[in-house]
Design a protein around this ligand. Structure first.
Ligand code: NDP
Length: 487
């Protein structure tokens, strides 16, 4: 297990020797102490990335791609070990960590490995006598700030396109969950990425993260986290007008129409909110149900939620683990009180489980709350296994409720009516809409939001565009072009 910073191809202690405790959310036991980067360590990492940039960006794109493909292979070979690391660090159930996090991460590096030499510029049909071609050039040193909810996967989403495009990277994982990112850094060295191309600075957001966002040597910041901190990152980026891509919070509307396949909707909606304990920006955290099917749906949904196996992430039977930190568990539980004060009715859960085996951990039971669409519980991102239920009478009301938050990230709808599916999908304010499913992601499909959910996109060609700049080159290919001044 690596617990130092990774700078210029080497694992090193922080300059001042500071460390941070990394806890296992299952029982809050100490896993390790990890080096804590401060501004001076971030400076070293940015310098290393800047030194590595000329060689890395000039390398044949196919060679960059080959390294990413090798990394994808190594991740699959190390799947069990990486899953274990992610499970003890984040609380993800081991079967999800193994089958979802690790596999999607490998798929992401493989996709961008293949993309490296397929992403190309263009030739523009301009006036006679000139050749105009547009290259997509890398930005330079890119800073990436990753939260604690999906550290392995989100590191892949950010490193994959940035590296394929020819940038070098300084990445700051959350100090709560740094372990898988450090292991990925080690694997990049092992498969042959040159020193300085990938640097990892574990540290607190207010110090290391803020300094990275302000750094004049960084050309772009890619940030995933809360909307409040996203705003601070934009502020911090102003000094050198760096590019910013923001993947922020969400309050996913998940609409169940009266013509839905109820069994499928129940199952998909439980996945939408309870996967990863609801700690997902795209979580389907607002259930909006047609009043005619609300009782039938809720009966089944509550039954399914109550049967979810909550427990030790390392038990292969576990379906829901702990939240990732005690602070966050308390924050999630505070919303139960907020909901009650607003007149909400707790239909299930709303507390830590009574099982003494889970008493030291950050566990919260699957929680279902009947609430008004305007309640804080239905407006603010709770980021836990906490779903609000609201009913509607017709499509117009469903749409109005769906669009009544400041967010616009992921949303779902369950219906057997094709025209309704397409017209609602067009009208819902969201970066991603799933019809009769929820939470589908693929490295080829753009991921990101609108409104207070941020801007810019991860994944696919969109990400490659975001990690490059267009450079337009004009060549005079016709000696007959007249001079501007007739002398
Ligand atoms: P934050 O937005 O604070 O943290 C996300 C990342 O940003 C972490 O790596 C954090 O470091 C870093 N960071 C914090 N402050 C700064 C700063 N000033 N400059 C640069 N980087 C900074 O999220 P929280 O962990 O506080 O979670 C609070 C809420 O945010 C959650 O309940 C949820 O609603 C939302 N959230 C959304 C996520 C998403 O996927 N969109 C992911 C995580 C949270 P550090 O860990 O040291 O604070």
């Amino acid at each position: 297990m690596r617990n130092q910073l990774f700078i210029d191809g080497k694992f090193v202690d922080a300059l001042d020797g500071a460390t941070i405790e990394v806890l296992n959310p299952h029982d809050n036991s100490l896993i390790t102490r990890v080096a804590e980067a401060k501004a001076a360590d971030v400076d070293l990492a940015v310098d290393a990335a800047a030194r590595a940039f000329p060689r890395w960006s000039a390398m044949a794109a196919a060679d960059r791609g080959r390294l990413l493909l090798k990394l994808a292979d190594r991740i699959e070979e190390e799947a069990d070990e990486l899953a274990l690391l992610e499970a003890i660090d984040t609380g993800h159930p081991i079967r999800d960590a193994r089958n979802i996090d690790v596999m999607r991460t490998a798929a992401c590096y493989r996709y961008f490995g293949g993309m490296a030499d397929k992403f190309q510029g263009s030739v523009i049909p301009v006036e006679a006598g000139f050749l105009n071609y547009v290259q997509r050039v890398p930005i330079g040193v890119v800073g990436q700030i990753v939260p604690w909810n999906f550290p392995l996967m989100f590191t892949g989403w950010k490193l994959g396109p940035a590296l394929a495009a020819g940038n070098t990277v300084v990445i700051k994982p959350s100090e709560i969950t740094p372990l898988s990112t450090l292991r990925i850094a080690e694997l990049t060295a092992e498969v042959g990425f040159p020193a300085g191309v990938v640097n990892v600075v574990v540290g607190y957001g207010e110090t290391a993260g803020q300094h990275l966002a302000e750094h004049p040597g960084v050309g772009k910041i890619s940030f995933t986290g809360s909307t409040a901190i996203g705003r601070r990152v934009v502020e911090a980026s102003k000094g050198n007008l760096k590019r910013v891509q923001l993947e922020l919070g969400g309050k996913g509307a998940n609409i169940v129409f009266e013509d839905a396949n109820i069994k499928a909707a129940v199952n998909g909606s439980a996945w939408a909110i309870f996967h990863n304990q609801g700690q997902a920006c795209i979580a389907g955290s607002r259930l909006i149900i047609h009043e005619r099917v609300a009782d039938e749906f809720l009966d089944q949904f509550i039954g399914l939620a109550a049967s979810i196996r909550l427990g030790d992430p390392l038990n292969p039977e576990t379906e829901m683990g702990p939240l990732t930190s005690t602070i966050h568990r308390d924050r999630v539980l505070s919303y139960v009180e907020i909901a009650r004060e607003e007149g909400g009715e707790v239909l299930l859960g709303g507390k830590a489980p009574s099982d003494p085996a889970l008493a030291k951990g950050c566990y919260v039971e699957p929680t279902i709350v009947r609430a008004k669409a305007s309640d804080r519980a239905a407006q603010e991102e709770v980021f836990g296994p906490f779903v609000t239920v609201t009913t509607f009478k017709d499509d117009a009301e469903a749409l109005a409720i769906a669009n009544c938050t400041e967010y616009g990230l992921g949303s779902g709808l369950w219906t057997s009516n094709l025209s309704r599916a397409h017209s609602m999908a067009a009208s819902i304010r969201a970066g991603m809409v799933w019809v009769n499913s929820y939470k589908r992601v693929n490295p080829g499909s753009p991921f990101g939001g609108t409104g207070q959910s941020g801007y810019g996109r991860e994944m696919g060609f969109e990400a490659m565009n975001d990690y490059t700049e267009a450079k337009s080159i004009w060549v005079n290919v016709d000696a007959q072009v007249p001079p501007h001044f007739q002398r």
